[in-house]
Design a protein around this ligand. Structure first.
Ligand SMILES: *Cc1c(COP(=O)(O)O)cnc(C)c1O
Length: 406
């Protein structure tokens, strides 16, 4: 992989015509170590956030030993990066053949579920393989209500009363039993974890079973850009959120048992930026070479303010407009699909034009992992960059949260 000091340097030297990912392994490792130092338990990286081999192997180098996985593809990717990493199979709804593969081939001994029929599925395979249920830890996934940018409890999780029954049933069979939850992605308030801890405490007290552990899931917020047009509630910093979480864990007396977290976004967001090129400017519309079917689906949802930096093509000698004036542009993606238009504008200098580049920062989470081959476009070019995205100075541009009238 070619190495550059900054994204701008890479753009000016390579003049990329296709999207170019700038990978920052130093940032990835620093952010992983930072999380591990703040969380009072085990850190299991959530592979779905970004499962690129380069990410997994650098995380292993940074000291990450546990991975949260959901599918055979993720089992294999983690094994490839580390022969002895531990895997937690935290998908509550699993294919029988995948449960067998996890237990038999990958030696996975930690799983989660939220329904009695899933217990029956797991138990059938445990019996068939003649495993001791006492060698397996099963986390019952609790339903939670949280203030997160992406609220996820609608899909998975047992209501508290139901969770009590599941815990007791698993315990009777002889499994080790834990409780887990996932409050959503990019949580906006520290209280989200507290209310989940409160339900975990309720379930523990009713179940009367000694718990093997508590897994607080992911959701820890990454830093993104700021939209000056929007009066946003400031996001809690990771330090603040963690110090709240640590004291809530003590208060609800979960500090005596093994704890696990499954961070994704907070670890990998800053590790990548993406350099896109303006293929065509048409008035206030920019046609770029990436889009919602490639790296920008998280941006398309319009819930995250991505920071962006304008990299003008020095070959363009004549420009219109005021370079200091930042105005909104409608951004159209690379495919011929008419929904491939970002739902929120990018604010960029008025002078931007065909052939210029935009470096979009903090795009490591849920971007590469959501690429499709739709229409034959599949961005897959990488360079290594040493300076953090914001290290080049405050970026002038950003993807807004506000909608734009045509
Ligand atoms: C997606 C997911 C995570 C990671 O979430 P982030 O918001 O990226 O931290 C963790 N745990 C589970 C069960 C998940 O589904």
């Amino acid at each position: 992989m070619r190495k550059f000091s900054t994204g701008t340097e890479a753009a000016l030297e390579l003049r990329p015509d296709h999207p170019l990912y700038c990978f920052r392994p130093g940032i990835l490792k620093a952010d992983a170590r930072e999380f591990m130092s703040l969380f009072p338990g085990d850190t299991a990286y959530a592979v779905k956030t970004n499962g690129e081999p380069m990410v997994l192997s650098h995380l292993v180098e940074a000291g990450v030993k546990i991975f949260d996985v959901a599918s055979p593809g993720e089992f294999a990717a983690v094994r490839e990066a580390s022969p002895d990493a531990e895997m937690l199979y935290m998908h509550p709804v699993k294919a029988q053949s995948d449960i067998r593969l996890a237990l038999e081939t990958y030696g996975i001994r930690v799983m989660s579920l939220d329904h009695e029929d899933e217990i029956a599925k797991v138990l059938r395979i445990v019996r068939a393989l003649d495993l001791d249920p006492g060698s397996i830890t099963i986390y019952v996934r609790l339903q939670t209500k949280a203030h997160a940018t992406y609220e996820l409890s609608k899909k998975f999780g047992a209501a508290p009363g139901h969770a009590v029954e599941l815990v007791q049933r698993l315990d009777r069979i002889g499994f080790k039993v834990g409780l887990c939850f996932h409050v959503g992605s990019q949580v906006e308030e520290a209280e989200s974890y507290e209310s989940a801890l409160r339900s975990a405490d309720w379930v523990r007290n009713r179940a009367g079973v000694k718990l093997a552990g508590l897994d607080v899931g992911g959701g820890f917020p990454a830093t993104y850009g700021e939209d000056p047009a929007r009066k946003q509630k400031p996001m809690p910093s990771l330090e603040e959120l963690m110090s709240r979480l640590r004291s809530d864990i003590k208060e609800w007396e979960f500090d005596e048992m093994p704890l696990t977290a499954e961070p994704g976004r907070v670890i990998v967001a800053r590790a990548f930026s993406l350099i896109v090129r303006v293929m065509l400017r048409k008035g206030r519309r920019l046609y770029i070479n990436d889009g919602i079917w490639a790296s920008l689906s998280d941006s398309w949802t319009g819930k995250i303010t991505l920071p962006a930096r304008f990299i003008p093509d020095p070959a363009r000698k004549i420009r219109n407009g005021d370079p200091k004036k930042v105005v909104p542009f409608r951004v159209c993606g690379a495919t011929c699909d008419s929904v491939d238009i970002l739902s929120r504008p990018f604010w960029l200098p008025e002078t931007i034009d065909t052939g210029d580049w935009i470096e979009i920062g903090h795009i490591g989470a849920y971007s590469l992992s959501l690429r499709t081959r739709f229409n034959g476009f599949y961005p897959d070019d990488f360079v290594e960059v040493s300076t953090p995205f914001e290290g080049e100075g405050e970026p002038e541009s950003y993807a807004s949260l506000e909608t734009m009238g045509d």
